[in-house]
Design a protein around this ligand. Sequence first.
Ligand SMILES: Cc1cc2nc3c(=O)[nH]c(=O)nc-3n(C[C@H](O)[C@H](O)[C@H](O)COP(=O)(O)OP(=O)(O)OC[C@H]3O[C@@H](n4cnc5c(N)ncnc54)[C@H](O)[C@@H]3O)c2cc1C
Length: 398
Amino acid sequence: MQLRFTPSEEAFRTELREFFTTEIPEDIRRRNAEGKTIYPDDIVTTTQILNKRGIAVPAWPVEAGGQDWTPVQHHIWREEMALNFVPDLLPFNAGMVGPVIAQFGNDAQKERFLPITRNLDLWWCQGFSEPEAGSDLASLKTRAVRDGDHYVVNGQKTWTTLGQFAKWIFMLVRTDPDVKKQAGISFLLIDLDTPGIEMRPIQLIDGGYEVNEVFFSDVRVPVENLVGEENQGWTIAKFLLGNERSGIARVGYTKTKLARAKKLASEITTPNGTLLDDPAIASRLADLENQLLALEITQLRVVAGSANGKQNPASSLLKLRGSELQQEAMELLADIAGPDSLPVAGVDAADANGTADVASPEWAQLTVPTYLNYRKVTIYGGSSEVQRQIIDKAVLGL
Ligand SMILES: Cc1cc2nc3c(=O)[nH]c(=O)nc-3n(C[C@H](O)[C@H](O)[C@H](O)COP(=O)(O)OP(=O)(O)OC[C@H]3O[C@@H](n4cnc5c(N)ncnc54)[C@H](O)[C@@H]3O)c2cc1C
């Protein structure tokens, strides 16, 4: 098997790397490397620089601002972004609502929303999950009842990531309660400034605030904000979730974490040399690198097999393995930090980054909160159990 990139692919990679390292401000990339990206500013600045160059949303249709790239070029773009610590673009815009509007929206919606979504002038959040509808998303209850030229929306969404920065939310709502549950769902776009909406933060296990719950009481939404046909929402949701899963593997990101783990291990001295000479650490690193390489090759095959805008169900494989490997990398970093990952300090000593004022390096102090935070990656975008069921059915045909 030939795994080498062609000279023109290598040239494409060099061109992108040069752009990322010269045009994306160094402080933004440094913060990203250290896990201290500033929201929303760093993401907005980065997106707008990329958009000016025409490479913020390469996976969108060309007429919507995307690029006519090969699957390998898309892969190189994603990988070079990660390897050069360019912050992840907002998935709700770039990977979710943008492609949905481009595929299912009418001309007025495309004209109104695509340019500002691409340039992140409009920050979107995702309103799919509800307290009683996560894995079983089709059970969602948030109701939208037609009243003249409006829908009246009542209900609750939850786990709404980065909703605190959002101006609009895209939602799955129930428009027909009397049919099979998948058949009565619609896809609505809602301005978060509309009266009747309340957003409340949820604190995560690492102490941070990145998710919210959103309540809707008699929220009036113009019918022109319906995407696609009424009750076509489940088809749109499946399209969107397939996109979400293929972008979620984050192979390049995990590569940077393993490279960091290797570097840090080589700098920590032990009675027998450095931590990198410890066979247990060395074999964990080698094993993770091999697993990641296998995932990378699988990712290339999945991307190549996703023709004509149709989702390849193997994107569930990427989500499953990609999220597990991210967690394993975080665990390895915490283990390399050892006792330094658990500094004991008075509450008052914690600084703005949540690190304690004690003699353990900041990177080490951040490993355990990050490890804890990354428990989320095997849940969001569909839990591992759910991905396994999709793989059983749609990939293995069991
Ligand atoms: C950090 C974070 C951010 C998120 N961001 C968003 C967002 O922005 N917008 C949004 O809409 N949603 C978001 N989600 C929600 C996410 O999609 C759901 O949490 C996920 O789909 C799981 O649903 P649930 O939490 O209701 O768990 P449940 O569905 O209640 O599942 C609980 C447990 O049961 C298991 N389980 C469930 N069904 C089955 C089954 N059939 N077979 C075997 N095991 C099963 C699950 O794997 C899980 O372990 C986010 C979640 C997290 C954690």
